[in-house]
Design a protein around this ligand. Structure first.
Ligand code: ATP
Length: 267
């Protein structure tokens, strides 16, 4: 039987250093999630409930999934991930059951982070079209969140590109009542993302990441990541005429890829 959700395997771990920019947002996340996960006693002492959930909103490819994974990795919390559309379609007829299983597992394996991507698809505003399944899924989700026994030890992070089209009931009463915007990066943010993605690359001396950051207005993290990969592929393509795919790669070609191999002019 298929597992309801995945835990982060070793190679899926994300550290805060892998995230370009978003320093303020990471700081807020740590306060909202890492603090209660690590020290629920602080909240007890103050007589307040630690948060059960929070919302990340912003355009696609800006790092929402990444930042949620990073908090899970850094706190060594279990990461259970599910997408809104998936819970409705893939588990058609047993969506609520699936949600209960995920929450069960999260509580058993606490501390845990439950990540729900594209929450808007299951919880659109009341005046938007909403099917019976979606209504039941939202009701189940809210009741599971309200009923969390290990509050603070299980936190639900929901992500959406469309914060304004979400049922307001989700925002009330200690559910997803905190939110952080993960926006399109500015020049400095783009530069930081470029640094992260070129960290392990043999860049040509002519590469000026500052200039690339200047000229990539509107690019989000995912776009910049693709750009870097594309630049690396160009370096490979340059060498292609000189190698046979079925043979071993000659050492001099490996050497050529060690320094000065990648420029961004072609990409
Ligand atoms: P979606 O709404 O489409 O799910 P998302 O905001 O969750 O998008 P991610 O899945 O976190 O975006 O990012 C996609 C990829 O883009 C990441 O795997 C990473 O390679 C790159 N990326 C995005 N933002 C950043 C960032 N701030 N720093 C470094 N890489 C980033």
């Amino acid at each position: 039987k298929e597992k309801p959700a995945e835990q982060l395997a070793g190679d899926e771990q994300v550290s805060y250093e892998d995230i370009g920019g978003l320093k303020r947002e990471i700081g807020l996340m740590r306060e909202m999630i890492e603090l209660p996960l690590r020290h629920p006693e602080l909240f007890q002492k103050l007589g307040i409930d630690p948060p059960a959930g929070m919302m990340l909103y912003g355009p696609p490819g800006t790092g929402k999934t990444m930042i949620a994974k990073a908090v899970a990795s850094e706190t060594e919390a279990n990461f259970l991930s599910i997408s809104g559309p998936e819970i409705v379609s893939k588990y058609y007829g047993e969506s609520e059951q699936k949600l209960r299983e995920i929450f069960d597992e999260a509580e058993k394996e606490a501390p845990s982070i439950i990540f729900i991507d594209e929450i808007d698809s299951i919880a659109p505003k009341r005046d938007e079209v909403r099917g019976e399944v979606e209504r039941r899924v939202v009701a189940q989700l809210l009741s599971l969140m309200d009923g969390l026994k290990s509050r603070g030890k299980v936190i639900v992070i929901a992500a959406t590109n469309r914060p304004n089209s979400i049922d307001q009931a989700l925002r009330r009463g200690g559910r997803f009542d905190r939110e952080i915007e993960i926006g399109i990066p500015d020049r400095e943010g783009r530069l930081q993302v470029l640094y992260v993605h070129t960290r392990g690359m043999p860049l040509s001396n002519s590469v000026n990441l500052e200039r690339i950051a200047d000229t990539t207005y509107g690019f989000v993290g995912a776009d910049l990541s693709s750009l870097c990969k594309e630049a690396a592929m160009h370096a490979l393509r340059r060498l292609m005429p000189r190698l046979k795919i079925e043979d071993e790669i000659p050492p001099e070609i490996m050497d050529e890829l060690t320094v000065n191999a990648i420029d961004f002019e072609e990409a």
